[in-house]
Design a protein around this ligand. Sequence first.
Ligand SMILES: C[S@@+](CC[C@H](N)C(=O)[O-])C[C@H]1O[C@@H](n2cnc3c(N)ncnc32)[C@H](O)[C@@H]1O
Length: 318
Amino acid sequence: MLPNVLQPSATDHVPVLANEVRESLAVQPGETVVDATFGAGGHAALLAADLAGRGKLIAIDRDPTARTYFERFDKRASVQSRLLRGDFGVVLPQLAENDVQADAILLDLGVSSMQLDRPERGFSYSVDAPLDMRMDTSQGLSAVDVVNDWPERELVTIFRRYGEERYAKQIARAIVRRRKEMPFERTGDLVDTIRAALPAPARFGEGHPAKRVFQALRIAVNDELGSLEAALPAALAMLRPGGRLAVISFHSLEDRIVKQFLREKERGCTCPPDFPVCVCGHEPELRAIERRPIKPSAAEIDANPRSASARLRAAVKT
Ligand SMILES: C[S@@+](CC[C@H](N)C(=O)[O-])C[C@H]1O[C@@H](n2cnc3c(N)ncnc32)[C@H](O)[C@@H]1O
């Protein structure tokens, strides 16, 4: 097992699949590492330790509060590092266009514990707070705009597509009815409306009744799937031959995008099977490190229940 260096304090985000990420990225001294989801810098600290004082770490995060964590990281890290604040779906393509190259790139998707646990960010259905859910607090669109302004059919679509919510229609209808009387402002009002729209058995089913709608709103507000789709080809373009890409996803929609991207880039020839010779000339661009996604151990889930749904996929540029 790799030694853990610079572990964050108990109140910070606990980096998930930390050793598995380090093993997959196999960072060597002198390399350039991109942590595209810096958060509290938990993974970054471990990857910087692997650089052993030689190399560069580029951190990216769209949340302005990441700067405080980055400053703490930068003071302790013995490597050259800088923070680029922005959406990795925009920043990675910009880096690739400017011919910035990397040996290891990490995307640890979704929200951090610090975002989830700060009531004022409005990500949580368990505390009453303003309906916000923006990772980048300077962004215009927030959850309150989606809930109060989007047409009913669009709400149905996002609840179904991003939340896999069975009662999407009933919930969207109840939201539209309630907002005509009084616009939504707080998470608590939304939770009450969702609860009341569900048939009784669903209200007491597995998990919180608002969980799927909250997930859907968060994905829509932050255009999480769009950013991921834009980031993956840019990350591949930035990697040097032999460079490694690792992506941790927390729900099936993200994992499907990552899996399909890796499959497509692992495939060589794309000619129809009845062609006698290859005419497309496609070469595989990536080689998966493991065929199946890596999941957290029972011990990790015990210690950090939020890691339970994490899936790590990693590949090497050929
Ligand atoms: C799960 S946390 C990462 C935690 C980090 N690996 C650590 O160990 O502390 C995800 C972080 O990525 C950021 N993030 C999510 N999507 C992003 C995007 N499209 N662009 C930039 N940052 C993003 C979030 O703001 C959050 O800070």
